[in-house]
Design a protein around this ligand. Structure first.
Ligand code: 5GP
Length: 331
């Protein structure tokens, strides 16, 4: 466990509002004072994908002011840093709050990333929700494109994500916006095959050439061959999948079947699943008997799949500095 904690790590699948820690929740509730707002509690047995989305509703009530949002970004970054994370690719769905437009929501988060005092590199992905209208999806893509031209030190958007309740929405509606983002050079990751029986949707998602796949739990055989041939890496969220009951146990996780795919462990929503990135590595070691060398290689390998662009000078420098950290750790 100690090795997993001190290991330099890379987080590529973390939703901002799902990553609010219990301590931060308590602090925010305290500040809100006399309120009937309470964190919903579900036992391991009653937890599933649907209850997970009830938790997000609660988290969104906590992050509904500029002050709270700033606090949340600050704390999430600090907690990933304290957990030994070297590079964090944070994602969030831009929301319009009482006195904040979606553009201001994004700007505020980038500002907090810029102010980050810790020795951790942070960039941002903007998420499209499956329930978005085409207009909303295009609006977010436009925000992402605009913020992708910034320098790394000022906080930069390096790609887009597609998430949201897999039982809801219609991927076809937001697909044109994703195609626009791709045509303009943004990288993308998509929550794909989170639930069973979505072959048509998975095929359609693959047509947009995602650079990474979130979860990929239920990928039918004929789609899997395409994933293999395009060598699309999978963001693996062990604890999340077990708690959401899309996977029976970590030992049964599809990670063991994807022999030829690149994969890297991620937290998904550390505030909801109470599992940090170190713990995701610990679970891998315990369940799949990995050696220290294998764990190190797995962590370092995630570098290949960040959305940092080597053709952009300051992003290349960040990549090199992360690489140095791994080399130093090995020594
Ligand atoms: P936010 O985007 O507001 O910062 O983070 C919370 C949102 O991320 C949720 O409302 C949900 O749309 C998305 N999200 C978080 N975890 C998951 C997950 O495991 N699956 C899917 N499909 N979406 C998720």
């Amino acid at each position: 466990e100690y090795f997993c904690r001190i290991l330099p790590k890379i987080e590529l699948h973390a939703h901002l509002n799902g990553s609010i820690s219990k301590n931060s929740v308590c602090e925010l509730l305290k500040q809100k004072g006399n309120t009937s707002l309470k964190m919903p509690h579900f036992s391991k047995e009653t937890f599933n994908l649907e209850t997970c989305f009830e938790m997000f509703k609660f988290m969104h009530q906590l992050s509904n002011s500029e002050k709270n949002l700033r606090f949340i970004v600050k704390m999430v970054i600090q907690e990933f840093f304290e957990d030994g994370c070297t590079y964090l690719e944070l994602r969030t769905t831009p929301r319009q709050l009482n006195n904040l437009t979606k553009a201001e929501y994004v700007e505020l988060i980038l500002e907090e990333i810029k102010l980050n005092p810790h020795d951790i590199f942070v960039s941002l992905l903007l998420s499209l929700d499956r329930r978005h209208t085409a207009e909303e999806a295009f609006e977010i893509v436009d925000l992402a494109i605009k913020a992708s031209n910034r320098s790394f030190n000022t906080g930069v958007v390096v790609g887009i994500d597609v998430c949201g309740d897999p039982y809801a929405g219609d991927f076809e509606i937001i697909k044109p916006a994703i195609l626009k983002a791709k045509a303009l050079g943004l990288q993308s990751t998509i929550h794909l095959g989170e639930i069973d029986g979505r072959e048509f949707e998975i095929n359609s998602m693959l047509e947009t050439f995602p650079n990474r796949i979130g979860h990929g739990t239920f990928i039918p055989k004929n789609c899997l061959s395409e994933v293999y041939s395009k060598k699309i890496p999978v963001e693996v969220c062990l604890t999340s999948n077990v708690l959401c009951k899309t996977v029976k146990s970590i030992k049964d996780h599809h990670i063991k079947e994807y022999f030829f795919l690149e994969k890297h462990p991620c937290t998904d929503d550390k505030g909801i699943f109470f599992s940090d990135l170190s713990n995701e590595y610990v679970q891998l070691v315990l369940n799949f008997k990995l050696t220290k060398q294998e764990v190190f290689d797995l962590s370092k390998n995630a570098m290949k799949h960040t959305f940092l662009d080597s053709n952009i000078e300051d992003q290349l420098q960040v990549k090199n500095r992360i690489f140095d950290k791994f080399e130093k750790f090995r020594d």
